[in-house]
Design a protein around this ligand. Structure first.
Ligand SMILES: Cc1cc2nc3c(=O)[nH]c(=O)nc-3n(C[C@H](O)[C@H](O)[C@H](O)COP(=O)(O)O)c2cc1C
Ligand SMILES: CCCCCCC(=O)C(=O)O
Length: 390
C-alpha cells in the first residue's frame, strides 16, 4: 500500500489532543509574512522580491488562481498512490525542491539542511550552483537520496567543465540548466537597499571551492574575498550564448539535461531539437522578466508543442497542494517548489522544510482524492473548469 500523505492531518489533530500544536502555519501562503518578520530586511527582500513592480510574480499567482478544479464523486479513492516516474527516476510524489542560491542568508545550516529535509521526505533536491555550500558537502548530507544539480552556465568553459565533473563525481544525476538568468533582472527591493547577498560578504562557496574558478583569480579567495565575489558576479552568466552552444553540455553530461526558464513553445521545440530531455516552464518566480506571462499561462502551450518529446516540469507560484494538481492538469509531469521551502528553512531549519513538504503533499493528496482521483496519472485538463479530457 502506498503512503497516504493526507494522514499528516490526523497526526496533527491527534497530536493536538496532547497539547502539541504545529509551530508553523498549515496554510503555506502565510509563511512569507512570518519569514519577513524573522529575517533581516536585506535577505527578506532578496527572497520575496521580484522584477520590476512585481507584476510577473502576481501574474504567476493569478494564472494558477484563475483555473478552478471541478471535482468528481463516487470513484473509489480509498487507496491512492502519488508516485510518478520523471526522467527515468521513481519519485514518491510529483514534487522536487527548486534550486535556490545562497541559502546561508536565511539559515546558518543553509543547503545541507534543505537537502536533508528533501532526503527525509524522499523528494529530489536541486542544488543551485550559486549555493553557499560546496556541492560535495551537500551530497554527503543526503546519503543516497536523489539529487539534481542546477547549472548557471558560466562564461568560462573551464569552470563549466569543472562543475559538471564535480557534480558527476558527487552523484548528482540530473542536470538542470537555467537559461533565464544571463543577466540579473531589475529588482527594486534589492536595488533600494543596495543588497545582493554575494556583494554582502556571502560567499558562493560552491564557486570558491572550485579549482577552475580559483585559477581565474589573481589572489587566493581568503586574501581578497571581494575580488572573488566580483569575479563570480562577472562570470556566472553569459548573455552571448545561443542554442548551438548546448552541444557542449550534451557532450560533457551523460545523464538527463533539463532547461529551466522555458516559456515559449518554439524554445521548447528548440530544446527538443538540441537533444535535451526536459524543460522547466518557469519565469524564475517573476524575478527576471518584468511584465512577463504568468508561468501557468504558458504551460499548456509548451506541453502541446513538446509533451510527446520532452518531460515538462513547472515552477513559479506554486504555494498549495491544489496548485500542484492544477499544474498536472495543465500537463506538467511534476512541479518544483521554490520560496515556500526557503521560508520553512528560515523559520525552523530542516524541520521547517520538512513541514512545508509534508503540508504541500498532504494537501495535494487530499485535493486528488476529493476531486475523484487515485493517482497523478489520471489528472488532465478535464479536471479544470472549461477544460476537456485528452
Ligand atoms: C532567493 C531565490 C534564489 C534563487 N536562486 C536560484 C538559483 O540559484 N538558480 C535557479 O535556477 N533558480 C533560482 N531561483 C528560482 C527558483 O528556482 C524558482 O524558479 C522560483 O523560486 C519559483 O518561483 P516561486 O518561488 O515563486 O514559486 C531562486 C529563487 C529565489 C526566490
Ligand atoms: C549575481 C549572481 C546572481 C545569482 C542569481 C541567484 C538567483 O537565481 C536569484 O537570485 O534569483
Amino acid at each position: 500500500m502506498a503512503k497516504h500523505w493526507a494522514d499528516f492531518q490526523y497526526e496533527i489533530y491527534l497530536g493536538g489532543m496532547g497539547g502539541a500544536v504545529p509551530r508553523l502555519p498549515m496554510d503555506l501562503t502565510r509563511l512569507e509574512e512570518l519569514a519577513e518578520h524573522r529575517l533581516d530586511a536585506g535577505p527578506a527582500g532578496y527572497v520575496a522580491g521580484s522584477a520590476g513592480n512585481g507584476s510577473t510574480a502576481r501574474a504567476n499567482r493569478e494564472a494558477l488562481e484563475r483555473h478552478r478544479i471541478v471535482p468528481r464523486l463516487l470513484r473509489d479513492v480509498g487507496e491512492r498512490d502519488l508516485s510518478v516516474e520523471v526522467l527515468g527516476r521513481a519519485l514518491p510524489a510529483p514534487v522536487a525542491l527548486a534550486p535556490v542560491g545562497v541559502l546561508s542568508i536565511v539559515h546558518p545550516e543553509a543547503e545541507p539542511a534543505a537537502a536533508r529535509a528533501a532526503a527525509a521526505q524522499g523528494v529530489p533536491y536541486i542544488l543551485s550552483s550559486a549555493s553557499s555550500t560546496p556541492m560535495e558537502q551537500v551530497a554527503e548530507a543526503m546519503g543516497d537520496a536523489e539529487r539534481w544539480f542546477q547549472l548557471y552556465w558560466a562564461k568560462d568553459r573551464e569552470v563549466t567543465r569543472s562543475f559538471l565533473e564535480r557534480a558527476k563525481g558527487a552523484g548528482y544525476s540530473v542536470l538542470v540548466v537555467t537559461l533565464d538568468t544571463p543577466l540579473l533582472g531589475w529588482r527594486p527591493r534589492d536595488l533600494e537597499r543596495a543588497y545582493l547577498p554575494f556583494l554582502h560578504g556571502v560567499g558562493t562557496a560552491n564557486y570558491f571551492s572550485d579549482p577552475a574558478f580559483r585559477a581565474g583569480l589573481d589572489k587566493p579567495v581568503h586574501e581578497d574575498p571581494n575580488a572573488a565575489v566580483l569575479h563570480f558576479a562577472g562570470m556566472f552568466g553569459d548573455p552571448g550564448k545561443t542554442w548551438p552552444d548546448l552541444a557542449f553540455l550534451r557532450e560533457h553530461w551523460d545523464g538527463p539535461i533539463v532547461l529551466k526558464g522555458v516559456l515559449h513553445p518554439d524554445d521548447a521545440r528548440l530544446a527538443a531539437d538540441a537533444g535535451m530531455d526536459g524543460v522547466v516552464v518557469s519565469n524564475h518566480g517573476g524575478r527576471q522578466v518584468a511584465g512577463g506571462v504568468g508561468a501557468a499561462d504558458a504551460l499548456a502551450d509548451v506541453v502541446r508543442a513538446v509533451g510527446d518529446r520532452l518531460t515538462v516540469l513547472f515552477d513559479s507560484g506554486v504555494r498549495t497542494g491544489d496548485d500542484v494538481f492544477k499544474a498536472l492538469a495543465l500537463g506538467a509531469s511534476a512541479v518544483l517548489l521554490g520560496r515556500p521551502y526557503v521560508y520553512g528553512l528560515a523559520l525552523d531549519g530542516q524541520a521547517g522544510v520538512e513541514h512545508v513538504v509534508r503540508c504541500l503533499l498532504a494537501e495535494f493528496d487530499l485535493t486528488l482524492a476529493l476531486s475523484g482521483h487515485r493517482a497523478p496519472g489520471s489528472v488532465d485538463a478535464g479536471c479544470l473548469a472549461g477544460g476537456t479530457s485528452s
